[in-house]
Design a binder for this molecule. Structure first.
Ligand code: FMN
Length: 335
């Protein structure tokens, strides 16, 4: 049995469906979130925003806070090593968002999953799973700010299942509205198989509270996590490889999806890529637009006439115009 019927109120948020775009540092900036919302993501996350950077009023950090009018719900994903900095950073971000008059964040996210040394060295990301009292305190402090709190963790590296379940329990007692479990340990980083059993066990122990992440590449993967009792499934690398995994999965779950989204023609895929590129240039500048397009183009060019050559040429492109020209060429070769 799946949890679709309960998907409307999830983790303190009203969501149109149970599929969310996972937090992806360096990827989930505003134009990318807008793109995936259009394809059906019920919720997206900001990039990883440093609380220390927010407190120092670092401009690059503040730029990550932009939320566009018309985007779906966006969770502000924060990272930091101590509860004080986390709470102060969150306050700065919310104030910045209010002053700009941007749409409000739907929730506050805490990253307790990032395994990268530059993050864990500061006691942040996955290092918080070794420092439960601080992790629970930062959850309590963010909860006081009045927004739903979503925490993302990994499978605990030592002690197996029991440690993961106890950690989730502590987070929920501290006020977390939703806990997303990526079923790999921090030591695994992004390699090897994600453990679905620990995610399923947590979903049984904490009904209505668990989101799933790890190896979501097909509609069947989505269905498996939902059938295990998860209320949300986060699409990550699977969606970068095939953005249409959102509509395909939604249709498989019985949601209404337009035919055009289900079997997009190569022309439509190319046109979407160009549209994303133009929007990213407008919002983030041409250099960042190139970076974002290169993240997605493999999956989007797949199936076009001469895809291998298009990919090669796109890979060599150094500026946005050159890259868009390759996509236009691909679209022209289809017509
Ligand atoms: C490029 C990239 C950036 C990521 N950035 C974040 C991040 O900022 N915060 C986070 O919690 N997880 C991050 N992750 C992890 C993903 O959200 C997800 O949990 C992970 O990729 C497992 O899902 P998958 O096997 O379906 O890709 C990132 C993963 C990738 C590939």
């Amino acid at each position: 049995m799946s949890s679709i019927a309960d998907a409307s109120l999830v983790g303190g948020l009203t969501l149109s469906n149970p599929l969310c775009l996972a937090p992806l540092a360096g990827v989930t900036s505003a134009p990318m979130r807008e793109f995936f919302s259009r394809l059906g993501a019920a919720l997206t996350h900001t990039e990883m925003v440093s609380c220390a950077g927010l407190v120092r009023a670092n401009r690059k950090t503040s730029n990550m806070l932009e939320v566009l009018a018309g985007e779906g719900p966006v969770v502000l994903q924060l990272f930091g090593g101590d509860a004080d900095a986390m709470a102060r950073g969150a306050e700065v971000a919310l104030e910045h968002n209010r002053r700009r008059g941007d749409p409000a964040f739907a929730g506050l996210g805490i990253n307790m999953a990032c395994p990268m040394p530059k993050v864990t060295r500061r006691g942040a990301g996955a290092a918080l799973m070794q420092n439960a009292s601080e992790a629970f305190e930062m959850t309590r402090r963010l909860k006081r700010l009045g927004l739903p709190v979503w925490v993302k963790i990994r499978r605990a590296s030592e002690g197996g299942e029991e440690d993961t379940i106890l950690f989730v329990e502590g987070l929920i007692e501290a006020g977390a509205d939703n806990v997303c479990i990526h079923g790999r340990t921090a030591a695994q980083r992004y390699e090897g198989r994600a453990d679905r059993e620990i995610v399923a066990k947590a979903a049984r122990c904490f009904p209505g509270k668990i989101a799933a992440s790890g190896d979501v590449r097909t509609p069947e993967d989505v269905r498996e996590y939902l059938d295990a009792g998860c209320v949300v499934v986060m699409l990550a690398r699977g969606a970068l490889a095939n953005p249409w995994l959102f509509p395909e999965s939604l249709r498989a779950l019985g949601f209404a999806v337009s035919e055009e989204l289900l079997d997009p023609s190569p022309e439509l895929r190319g046109a979407e890529l160009c549209r994303l590129g133009e929007r990213a240039r407008e919002l983030c500048g041409a250099r960042q637009a190139v970076v974002l397009l290169k993240r997605l183009m493999g999956g989007i060019l797949k199936g076009m006439n001469g895809a291998a050559e298009l990919r090669r040429r796109a890979g060599c492109a150094t500026d946005l115009e050159e890259l868009l020209e390759v996509f236009r060429l691909g679209m022209a070769s289809e017509s």
